[in-house]
Write a protein that binds this ligand. Sequence first.
Ligand code: GLC
Length: 476
Amino acid sequence: MKIAMVASEANPFVKSGGLADVVYALSKELVTFGHEVAILLPYYKSAEARLVKKPMFKGALHFNMSWRDCYAEVYELVQDGITYYFIKNEQYFGRDGLYGYGDDGERFAFFTLAARNALPLVGFQPDIIHVHDWQSGMLPALIKVQNHNDPFYQKTKFVMTIHNPAFKGMLDPSALDNLYNLPYSIYEDGSTRFEGRVSTLKSGIVYADKVTTVSPNHRNELLTPEGSWGLEGVLHTREYDFCGFVNGIDYGEFDPEKDSFITKTFSAKTIASGKKANREALFKECFLQDRGGPLFGLVSRLTFQKGIDLVYSIMPKLLQQGAMFAVCGSGEHELEEAFEDLRRRFPSQVSIYIGYSNKRAHEIYAASDFFLMPSSFEPCGIGQMIAQRYGTLPVVRWTGGLVDTVVGYNGHNADKADGIGFDSYDYGGIDYGTGLAMDLYKKKKDFEKMRKNAITKDNSWAKSARLYEGLYKAIL
Ligand code: GLC
């Protein structure tokens, strides 16, 4: 099969969140199954900086975005068996950040149009076009409406994956014509209309042949009024074409037995000594003094989605009981400041790395006893699975994919459990979850057993990639 992934992020070139991990790791797995996989990405300034090999110029695209004459260059790079196609345009992507600009709607319309035109240019005729989130959400509509007589796209089928339903790609209805050259009738008939505007995410849901999200539990949430971010109506119309496949993690990148970032590699057998050595090394590196309590790790974008406010609300209590904290991430200024403040108050027990450091992230996963992930919503979540791979027990709120990937401890099921969960998104909830963690840390036998359950759990991509493959086959 020939599969084209069209996304705004993919490892190892562009990453702001889990989307990049998934697009890359799923593609890599599909390649090992014998499929040809291309990933189409914007050629952001930051991606250019990360390229070790120089990509090959494949050709130039001239097209119209409504009244605008547009120009893009297409570059190709093969890595890990995946063919990456970068869409280059200085005006739209030669900027420091990925998103958050006033003209994001126009930037990703440009990307979507260019991706449609780039595939024939490079001669990659896809059986499947797999689009991810709002940024490429309009592509199925675009090709189905404008290329239905085009022999190149005659047989192509579409899959749309929702990674984050909170971002809908909201545009003024005039954008259909003004950016995509699509008829207003697809607004009027409701196919692209969402709360009086155009949503590129909704358009993807309506026009794709199959729709997926990144865990079975999140699929069910998306079909309820409380958990769907307003999408339950349209998703109910696609209910029989809508599946939830849990993400995996990249076993090549995350392997405690081979990890070159950590001080001491370890396996299920050597977990206790391995974790001890990594803890000592991390404390030394961060100038912490061991108070003997458990080490709580947090590697995350610092946004309210991730429950960061809950974390810092409970930290003073845990710190007074001897707990230690290692945090790595960046995001909303206010949340960064709240952590900085705690570090000032407890300098020997709290380490904060503001920014993203792959090395520090690996060190935290390896050294920690518990990994905090009390998200307000979480379509799948990657961090909790990486933590498990390093024998670190995730403390999660029961939402989305966290329900599918963590077996919660209840005081007597240490033989099966591999994490801790709580329900309510408030101080009481996080107090309960972290309280269980503090108790468990003292029950050495249960704790050791659960660490083993976590480190031996199968969170690889192998199973889920087969599910995607089956879905592709079912629509061809
Ligand atoms: C988004 C979701 C996260 C998911 C990731 C990859 O970032 O918030 O839960 O794991 O996409 O699918």
